[in-house]
Design a protein. Structure first.
Length: 252
């Protein structure tokens, strides 16, 4: 991934972030609680560590992890909101099953009551695969800058009409660089975590990472851009410099 792309994405995120730069140290990224950020999205520790055959992507917030979900848009996809806990990484998009060098690869835990983008999974165990969007669930996404999402805006990369790029086996069919791998996750008190099988990212690959909490919104025009970052609640490093690194973080 070229450094200019990171600088471009960092500028976009900082332009819509509500938090100042934060200090970080060994063992992931540490920060002091901030009264300027809602407790559910106030990042105080972000890390990645190994648990046997999985990597665990973890964020610790001030309080109430996962307690705040978007309000319903009346079941309308256009204008629907998404809340997310995100781990931007230096992984190449080819690692997660897309064509290479397409943007910033990020793991995300999201919730959105107005649509379901995990057609292979029944998160609420009610027998239907199409009504689970309001349950938290994991995605891989590829992020790029787009001024149509606002000044210095950011979005999940679109797949233009008529284009047929390489996509992962668990791609949900949406015209986005978004994958729905069905990873296990946990929300417990102030901790958010997602378990990623090592084999899915080509272990022993090394990568840098950061932490972000953000709200996204579906464009009323429904395509290009389709899904914009509307609000950045917090950035673990403060500047999206991806200061933490796997496997170093696993050796703490």
């Amino acid at each position: 991934m070229k450094k200019p792309m990171f600088r471009l994405i960092a500028t976009a995120l900082l332009a819509i972030s509500s938090n100042a730069a934060l200090a970080h140290g060994p063992g992931g990224i540490h920060a002091q609680p901030s009264k300027a950020v809602q407790a559910e999205f106030d990042l105080v520790h972000t890390r990645v560590f190994r648990d046997k055959t999985h990597l665990v992507f973890e964020q610790v917030v001030s309080a109430g992890a996962g307690a705040k979900k978007p309000l319903s848009n009346g079941g309308n996809f256009a204008g629907a909101e998404v809340q997310s806990y995100v781990w931007p990484t230096s992984l190449d998009s080819s690692v997660i099953g897309f064509d290479g060098k397409k943007g910033i690869v990020a793991l995300a835990l999201t919730a959105h009551p107005d649509f379901d983008d995990t057609p292979l999974y029944d998160e609420n165990n009610d027998g239907s695969l199409t009504n689970d969007g309001d349950e938290w669930h994991a995605h891989w996404v590829v992020l790029v800058s787009d001024e149509q999402c606002g000044p210095k805006g950011l979005k999940v990369r679109d797949i233009p009409k008529g284009e047929t790029p390489k996509v992962p086996k668990t791609w949900p069919g949406a015209p986005l660089y978004l994958d729905s791998p069905g990873y296990d996750y946990q929300l417990e008190k102030n901790t958010v975590s997602i378990r990623v099988p090592l084999k899915d990212i080509g272990f022993p690959s090394d990568f840098n990472y950061d932490g972000v909490t953000a709200a996204l919104k579906v464009n009323a025009n429904l395509h290009n851009p389709l899904l914009c970052v509307a609000t950045v609640h917090d950035i673990a490093s403060g500047d999206l410099s991806l200061p933490a690194k796997w496997p170093e973080a696993a050796k703490q």
